[in-house]
Each structure stands twice: as structure tokens, then as C-alpha cells.
Ligand binder design. Structure first.
Ligand code: APR
Length: 185
């Protein structure tokens, strides 16, 4: 499924984010930036030690990466130039600021991609795995934040949501349809 916001294509695909040939891949990291499972594990496994090396240097400087913020490293052996590490919120029921932090994680990731001169970015479904964010609620927040930022103007040519399961893809397709109905376009 594909829509245009501003001059940028917003695309939904099912697949493995480590196999996307784009300028930047967004990682659903944790605050330690030292790796983990899910997307984090897949990116470090496929990208190799160069990514972790740069993460360690970053952590030496900043300590931890707070939820909603994003930093850039090399993409190592991935078919990309950069990995943008962001930390989504852990779901705690929805009234602990989770939606705002999730929106910030996407917006900050796109900001880092633009600053790095990227034209194409692949993003995962942040926080909907180990962090327990219900995927239908996350999809609404994620697409609203990304579409809103792109509609305001962006040098990015494509933002590609890479969903791991057919269920997740369906949730994002439904949310994108709702966004249009709600006049997001
Ligand atoms: N490509 C695309 N999507 C993937 C991939 C992959 N290779 N692997 C997993 N996913 C999907 C999951 O199915 C889920 O829908 O990414 C979504 C996010 O799940 P997680 O990777 O668990 O990320 P998150 O929920 O943000 O939890 C982050 O998990 O891996 C640790 O170190 C990480 O502590 C951090 C936490």
C-alpha cells in the first residue's frame, strides 16, 4: 500500500527490515544501545560489529538514549548507509505518555535521516514487540506522526514501514485508510 504526503511516498510492506536497500534503517533499540532481540537483534546480527562499536562510543558520550530520541550510526554490512537507533516507550496502559513518546521516536528518527542527507528510510513497528504496545494503537500514532511531518514538507522521497507479520501489515493498512478518511490528506 502506498500514499503520498507532501512530496514523500509513504509505503507499507511486509518483510525483514535488515534486507531493505535504503539510505537509513531505523532500529527499535533500548536505552543501553547495546543490542537485544527482535529488530535490534536482527540489525546487529546482519549489520555486524561496526554498528555496536559506534553504539558503545555514543553511550560513552550520552550515557543512555531516552525514549523518544534518536541517534545515527553506520549500517555496517546492511544494504543501507546508516542505522538510526531510537527507543520507543514501554506500554503501560496508555496513560503514561506512551503515545507522545512513540510519535517522538518516529519524528526524531526522520529528523536524523534528513540531517544525514537520506532520501529513503525503512522504519519498523516500534514498541509493538517486546515493549507490548498494542499494534492497532501504535499504527495510528506512528502513521499520524509520520504523515503529519511529511505533509509539512520533507526532502525524503520514501518512508517505508516494514512490517514483520501479515497481521501487523493489516493493522497499518487499516490505520492508513482511517488517516485518509479523517482528512489527513
Ligand atoms: N524486520 C522487521 N520487523 C521486525 C523484525 C525484522 N527483522 N524482527 C521483529 N520485527 C517486528 C516485531 O514483530 C514487532 O512487530 O518489530 C516490531 C517491534 O518489536 P521489537 O523488535 O521487540 O521492538 P520493541 O517492541 O520496540 O522492543 C524493543 O526489544 O529487542 C529489544 O533491545 C530491544 O529492548 C529493546 C526492545
Amino acid at each position: 500500500m502506498e500514499r503520498r504526503f507532501g512530496s514523500t511516498r509513504l509505503v507499507l510492506v511486509q518483510g525483514d527490515i535488515t534486507r531493505q536497500a535504503v539510505d537509513a534503517v531505523v532500529n527499535a533499540a533500548n536505552g543501553s544501545l547495546l543490542g537485544g532481540g527482535g529488530v535490534d537483534g536482527a540489525i546487529h546480527r546482519a549489520g555486524g560489529p561496526a554498528i555496536l562499536q559506534e553504539c558503545r562510543e555514543l553511550v560513552k558520550r550520552i550515557g543512555r538514549l531516552p525514549p523518544g530520541q534518536a541517534v545515527v550510526t553506520t549500517a555496517g554490512r546492511l544494504p543501507a548507509r546508516h542505522v538510526i537507533h531510537t527507543v520507543g516507550p514501554v506500554w503501560r496502559g496508555g496513560d503514561r505518555g506512551e503515545p507522545a513518546l512513540l510519535a517522538s521516536a518516529y519524528r526524531e528518527s526522520l529528523a536524523r535521516a534528513e540531517e544525514a542527507g537520506c532520501r529513503t528510510v525503512a522504519v519498523p513497528s516500534i514498541s509493538t514487540g517486546a515493549y507490548g504496545y498494542p499494534v492497532d494503537l501504535a499504527a495510528e500514532v506512528a502513521l499520524g506522526a509520520v504523515a503529519g511531518r511529511l505533509a509539512a514538507g520533507s526532502p525524503l522521497e520514501e518512508v517505508r514501514f516494514v512490517l514483520f507479520s501479515t497481521g501487523d501489515l493489516a493493522a497499518y493498512e487499516t490505520a492508513l485508510d482511517l488517516l485518509e478518511v479523517a482528512g489527513g490528506r
